[in-house]
Ligand binder design. Structure first.
Ligand code: FES
Length: 106
């Protein structure tokens, strides 16, 4: 199990305990904890409702072309933007801190 800190859109901090052996991604984990992450496209990098800002120094997987393309057309993008559904939970993510991006309406 790893521990991930998620700051929601009202500034509240949630500590999520996450299994690394269930092939889950960060979007699915947030949904499991009933955080306001819609995950509308089901994790296909097609909706950006799982957009987060990474606020810790964990080493994360490189972005796929699909993730880059989706973030290109998303509002409120910052240098530390990622799509939660593209972050598959692994031991390198222990202690990760992310903040939910504002909802962009797409
Ligand atoms: S759930 Fe749709 S882009 Fe991540």
């Amino acid at each position: 199990m790893i521990s991930i800190k998620v700051i929601d859109r009202v500034g509240e901090t949630h500590i999520l305990e996450a299994p690394t052996d269930m092939n889950m991604n960060l979007m699915e984990l947030c949904k499991a904890y009933e955080l306001p992450v819609a995950g509308t496209c089901g994790g296909m990098a097609l909706c950006s409702t799982c957009h987060v800002y990474v606020e810790s120094e964990n080493s994360l997987s490189d972005m796929s072309d699909d993730e880059i393309a989706m973030l290109d057309s998303t509002f409120f993008v910052q240098n530390n933007s990622r799509l939660g559904c593209q972050l598959h939970l692994n031991n390198d993510m222990d202690g990760l801190q992310v903040r939910l991006a504002p909802e962009s309406g797409n």
